[in-house]
Design a protein around this ligand. Structure first.
Ligand code: NDP
Length: 246
């Protein structure tokens, strides 16, 4: 792939309506890549896509609930039909409703499993046949520091992020022509903390989220992994704010 083709890659991004996904869409488009934004809040996607286009970027959007395989397949097909190719899937959508296990917030456990794990698997299921057929492609899967360390109140969230790490590493080991990158952010400014409903966990989270970096810092790590030559697979990048000690 030439440098010119490299900068015109088609990148689909799940969870692009806020936070890391939104920042990634904006940065990649600014660099000349063609981005397709997916999430449930299409009003936000429409506004972000218009702003990208006003600045000269190429952006499309499509409604997406990552828990639904049919919607994920439609999302990926939409990108392929629109641009005639697919180069990168950024599996970013996620949520983090923290609480001790004893609080038995079973609906929230299931929701995290559905979005954080099944959503990533659905992204892989939708794009892997295309990548295999064209013998190229890249998955950028968003794990977390919580994919390396377990914190109290975060057992299920960390389990989902350990799973994203394991799935990504397994896929990498199975692949001779597909690149797989894990991005593990530390505390990053976004709407993620607002998904916690448990008062005790929310208080812990507020203290834990002392040092924070903007989502653009994670977007830059994602761009770095995509921009490497085709024979280079950046396996994982961990990005913490200075001062986040664990
Ligand atoms: P935000 O809450 O700002 O963004 C989450 C995104 O996920 C939103 O765009 C939301 O869109 C989308 N989303 C949630 N559920 C679904 C769904 N069912 N289908 C499609 N999209 C969905 O948080 P972040 O930007 O921080 O989160 C992005 C990723 O980064 C997550 O995987 C998170 O776990 C990870 N991460 C974040 C860290 C942080 O400190 N912020 C640290 C480590 C990892 P909508 O509601 O419109 O569908």
């Amino acid at each position: 792939m030439t440098t010119n083709e490299n900068t015109q890659k088609v990148v689909v991004i799940t969870g692009a309506s806020s936070g890391i996904g939104e920042a990634t869409a904006r940065l990649l488009a600014q660099k000349g890549l063609r981005v397709v934004l997916g999430a449930r809040r299409t009003d936000r996607l429409e506004a972000i896509s218009s702003e990208i286009r006003e600045k000269g970027g190429v952006a499309e959007y499509h409604a997406l609930d990552v828990t639904n395989l049919d919607e994920m397949q439609a999302f990926v097909e939409f990108a392929e039909n629109k641009f005639g190719r697919l180069d990168v899937v950024v599996n970013n959508a996620g949520l983090m409703p923290l609480a001790k296990l004893e609080a038995l917030k079973i609906d929230e456990w299931n929701r995290m499993i559905d979005v954080n794990i099944r959503g990533v698997l659905h992204g892989i299921a939708a794009a892997l046949p295309i990548f295999k057929q064209q013998q190229s492609g890249q998955f950028v899967n968003i794990s977390s520091i919580g994919g390396h360390i377990v914190y109290p109140t975060a057992a299920v969230y960390c389990a989902t992020k350990f799973a994203v790490w394991a799935i990504s590493e397994g896929l990498r080991q199975e692949s001779t022509d597909i690149r797989v990158t894990i991005i593990s952010p530390g505390v990053t400014q976004s709407e993620l903390a607002s998904t916690t409903t448990d008062a005790e966990a929310a208080q812990w989270l507020e203290e834990f989220r002392g040092a924070v970096i903007p989502p653009d810092a994670i977007a830059r790590a994602i761009a770095f992994a995509i921009e490497q030559p085709e024979d280079v697979d950046v396996n994982e990048i961990i990005v913490r704010p200075v001062g986040q000690l664990s």
